[in-house]
Design a protein around this ligand. Sequence first.
Ligand SMILES: NC(=O)c1ccc[n+]([C@@H]2O[C@H](COP(=O)([O-])OP(=O)(O)OC[C@H]3O[C@@H](n4cnc5c(N)ncnc54)[C@H](O)[C@@H]3O)[C@@H](O)[C@H]2O)c1
Ligand SMILES: [Zn+2]
Length: 362
Amino acid sequence: MAKSPEQEHPKKAFGWAARDTSGVLSPFKFSRRATGEEDVTFKVLYCGVCHSDLHMTTNDWGMSIYPLVPGHEMVGEVIEVGSKVKKVKVGDSVGVGCVVGACHSCENCTNDLEIYCPDMILTYSTVYHDGTITYGGYSDTMVANERYIIRFPENVPLDASAPLLCAGITVYSPLKYFGFAEVGKHIGVVGLGGLGHLAVKFAKAFGAKVTVISTSISKKEEALEHLGADSFLLSRDQEQVQAAKSTMDGILDTVSASHPILPLIELLKTNGKLVLLGAPEKPLELPVFPLLMGRKTVAGSATGGMKEIQEMVDFAAKHNITADTELIPMEYVNTAMERLAKGDVRYRFVIDIGNTLAATKP
Ligand SMILES: NC(=O)c1ccc[n+]([C@@H]2O[C@H](COP(=O)([O-])OP(=O)(O)OC[C@H]3O[C@@H](n4cnc5c(N)ncnc54)[C@H](O)[C@@H]3O)[C@@H](O)[C@H]2O)c1
Ligand SMILES: [Zn+2]
């Protein structure tokens, strides 16, 4: 008979888990593997709350395995390293993002695109090489193979940098891949949440002209004055939409729910690209004719490979890019999830794991 989560590995661990599709999180005792020779073990200090955590705790994508400990934007301090580990040492600041394993031999892995490996192992709710289920960063400790460990420079604030590990790379990677990371390119950002606000910051750092496209006028002032966007387009204002038609080289769409994409396609110039980053549970409608008339592309993109994540973290440190966060104690997480579902966060909840998790132990 399979061992329980609490007994399957030698090291005791504690976190918060969802038990069913209600998504409600509660304290959960489990275990972590011993530090293998290529492994890094770290104490988790902070973990961002991604909208994907919400999709996963409620099984929106039909792939959740319960009990489910979410969290793929975790940062902390190394407490133990295996004998073959070269990347980091005890005391270093590190993090783990969305992926903790892959085959390391396919074409994607060879090209530093572990995220697209057919055998890619997600940080939580996935079967690991040893047959046990992976658990994420809403927990006190983490063990990962060093390939999946990201180093943080000493001078960066770890709480506000945690969201770079998913939200940051998810916008950085397509900005670079699709040719948007260039001075003078006009880039639209749809959905000003965790991903969206970092998309504005990275696109600006690359020298692009950025327009935030939103359904909510309440975000205008912050988008322009605080985040540094060049313009704001209220998507239900037909006059504004009309004036912006055929002006954008690229659009990053980070909306978490189904929505019409025709109005976005119309904003693109000839050869423009709409890149879908949000992961709504239901399919979107794809109007074909407007794509033909202008040789336009609709594409998708997932987080990014390990090499690119390190590049992005180093770029963010150089350009002082961090997330705008609301730091919350562990016991607030269910309220935070409710607020996230309503779009009520500016712009990322980060759980203060290091200072608040232990107090919730039963
Ligand atoms: N591609 C990837 O690898 C990847 C990585 C991380 C997150 N995601 C997905 O990206 C999406 C966004 O994640 P996030 O953490 O930034 O979420 P978030 O909740 O912080 O931001 C989502 C934004 O979309 C807006 N929005 C929601 N419904 C809308 C609608 N119907 N019309 C217009 N705007 C709407 C919200 O107001 C909010 O500003 C989620 O679906 C998440 O699962 C994908
Ligand atoms: Zn995420």
